[in-house]
Design a protein around this ligand. Sequence first.
Ligand SMILES: [Zn+2]
Length: 395
Amino acid sequence: MNCRGCGRDTVELVVDLGEQTAADYFPPATDPTEDPRWPLELWLCRACTLAQLGPVRPLLPEMPLAVESATSIAHAGSSVRALLARHPELDGATVAEFASHHGGSWLPSLRAAGCRDAGEGEPADLVVDVHGLAHEPDLAASLALRAQRLAPGGRLLLEFHHLLPLVEQCQFDTIRHGHWAYLSLGAIQELAAPLELRVTEAVQVPLFGGSLLVTLRSGSTAGSTAGSADETVGPSVAAVLRAERDAGLADPHRYRILQDTARRTATVLRDYLAGQRDRGRTVLGYGAPSKAPVLLDVSRVGPELLAFTVDAAPGKHGRRIPGAGVPIRPIEELRAARPDVVLILTWDIADEIVAQLEAGGGWGAEYVVPLPEPHQVGRPATGARPSIAVEERHG
Ligand SMILES: [Zn+2]
């Protein structure tokens, strides 16, 4: 296999999560067909440091049934306001967006802020890609396409789930079929240079458990003679690159540690759920995100430990999480069942979910998120993040 970023044959297998179902394909709950599986592997390129999926391509289509979270919608608006505040010269700029089904479109906010859509073939002062790039199997071609849309001196904004928190906080369920690239600033910088794109800014944002918003400017030297202040590379770039180096993102060994940690975490989650069941306590799930199939499968959790989960997306109701087979129901059924524990599978928006379920006073449930290790969140009365791992092992 050749690298999806630089095209070289310098890639090696670093994380093996076994055979996994398609992440965004939710079969009807009563469908007796076994969910098909494909090897889910993370590979690392020694040349450009891009972390990426292996060569196997699932044959099922993705079903973008998800409802966007309030957190994600608010993020699009606040990101655009912050961008325009930093760069008032973008007022009236031409924009082009490479859409994705995560993270929301920035176009409505950009239009409201005075930007105008670039016409077909018209170069854009601003090209925006919010959580789109990782879905492209051919990263090199996709990045080149975005670069070609730029006017000379234009800005390319890329927001993606950042590899750094994935590795440091063991977010192994983020590795899933359909997300072909796991992006770091180091890899982006390496792959953008031949396209005459320069990284000028990198901002860490909390969306999806840790994202990175990267600004790249087109034109290696041409056009910079005006010496405008924003041609300089901000200190954020060096800081993020240093953090990535310190975390060992280019080191294959670091990913073997990630795999071992993921297996341990998965065992703790399973033991925790089995312990709750043995004590007669009910646990139900919240959320049916595309990361749930991997989390539940690696943890060997099915309906015997998690009778059902609920989701805000009506399109997912009556379906099941593939592989694990956990049924997906409307949120009202969770409220009606009043479980002792709610396991939040959409852990990246846990605050939003706890607030939503507690809005009417709640029923005294404990809220648990699975990663980086299963622990309680929310309800201040329960104290500071007691570690379930410790409680279960000694309890
Ligand atoms: Zn490479």
